[in-house]
Write a protein that binds this ligand. Structure first.
Ligand code: SF4
Length: 366
């Protein structure tokens, strides 16, 4: 089995009670069967607490009214961990924020940016992200796994990441290039023409594709009204999603008001002012956008082997970063033209919590 991780993976340390949030509130924690069996056998003075705190029918930990896990103490430490030790934790709690994608003979592990500390690690990284692979004993059967499609997707992903990390180009150009590539690859997948994907990978790394994409971007920037309407409509999709945290809705409304309520002209001026500020601040946000795009592409793109939705995976990655930027722009305006790293980390991890930790939301956005 080959295991692949991003290069910053091993730097992660949970900061526990120092964390600005907690991963033990806001969502229902699903307990694996092995842990449930273990919890049923707990004896002594903790047995009562255990029986009371697990929803045995649903196989989850019970929550308080404000959606905090029953085991979570006031100081945001886990009581079960403190009383029964680390080994008592269920698989979800032991793994988080690690996210695992599985393919035949391959396990890809990322750090979910819904954890503030993982988000901080990713966003504070200025060098290009690389990925490390190690081979370990053990294989798992994946009946009907489409190895040919997977290998084309893995090749495409390498090219996409290479394009995304080409710092000679603005992120907007890199983004449009990868969408074009994924779009054209989707056509080949639909027509069963996987053999010709190599030509596509070459084309999207060439001069011609870059010039074409740049001219398209110029057209879009000039059509102020259309750009504004597209942004507002896309933002509006966020309200159609399942809400994990009540205060997220309030943040969205606040951002929407600042961004879109004053029409296309005001939106364009705000965007231009924000982009100027990003440039003047040394383009840190451009590098962070690159890291986020690489994160989403690494995590989701090859999953197209299971549903054939190649273009949707790329569009999903780009949309997430676009919407994060919109919310960030609103925060920048609210702060009187300023943003600090805490603002960016907060928006990134809260956005990720709402989108990446709800199967319904993932499915809907995809
Ligand atoms: S969200 Fe991350 S840093 Fe915070 S408690 Fe959970 S794992 Fe630790």
């Amino acid at each position: 089995m080959i295991y692949t991780i991003p290069d910053y993976y091993r730097e992660f340390r949970c900061v526990a009670e120092q964390c600005q949030d907690t991963c033990c509130a806001g969502w229902e924690i699903v307990v694996d069967k092995k842990s449930l069996k273990k919890y049923r056998k707990v004896k002594g003075s903790y047995r009562k607490m255990m029986l009371r705190s697990v929803n045995w029918l649903r196989g989850t930990f019970r929550q308080s009214k404000d959606k905090r896990c029953s085991f979570l103490k006031e100081n945001n430490l886990c009581e079960m961990y403190m009383v029964l030790g680390r080994e008592s934790l269920c698989r979800t709690c032991r793994l988080y924020p690690r996210h695992i994608e599985e393919f035949e003979g391959i396990r890809e592990i990322s750090l979910s940016i819904s954890c503030p500390e993982a988000a901080r690690l990713l966003l504070s990284k200025s060098e290009k992200t690389t990925f490390l692979s190690v081979e370990k004993e053990g294989e798992e059967e994946f009946p009907d796994f489409d190895l040919l499609l997977y290998s084309e997707l893995a090749d495409a992903r390498d090219v996409i990441i290479k394009i995304l990390q080409n710092r000679d180009l603005p992120v907007a150009v890199r983004t449009k290039l990868i969408l074009g590539l994924a779009h054209d690859m989707q056509g080949r997948v639909n027509r069963g023409e996987l053999f010709s994907c190599g030509e596509l990978f070459e084309r999207y790394q060439g001069e011609g594709a870059r010039r074409f994409v740049e001219s398209k971007i110029m057209e879009e920037i000039e059509d102020i009204q259309k750009r504004y309407e597209k942004a507002a409509a896309l933002f509006g999709k966020l309200y159609e999603l399942e809400l994990l945290r009540e205060d997220w809705d309030k943040s969205l409304k606040e951002a929407e008001e600042r961004l879109y309520w004053r029409g296309a002209g005001a939106y364009t001026s705000l965007r231009e002012a924000f982009e100027t500020w990003v440039r003047e601040k040394g383009n840190t946000w451009e590098v962070q956008k690159e890291q986020l795009l690489v994160y989403f592409i690494f995590t989701y793109f090859c999953g197209a082997v299971y549903d054939g939705k190649v273009y949707a995976k790329a569009l999903f990655s780009v949309t997430n970063v676009f919407l994060m930027e919109e919310i960030l722009m609103a925060r920048w305006a609210k702060n009187g033209g300023q943003l600090d790293s805490e603002d960016i980390e907060e928006i990134v991890y809260r956005y990720s919590r709402e989108i990446e930790h709800s199967d319904k939301n993932l499915e809907k956005l995809l």
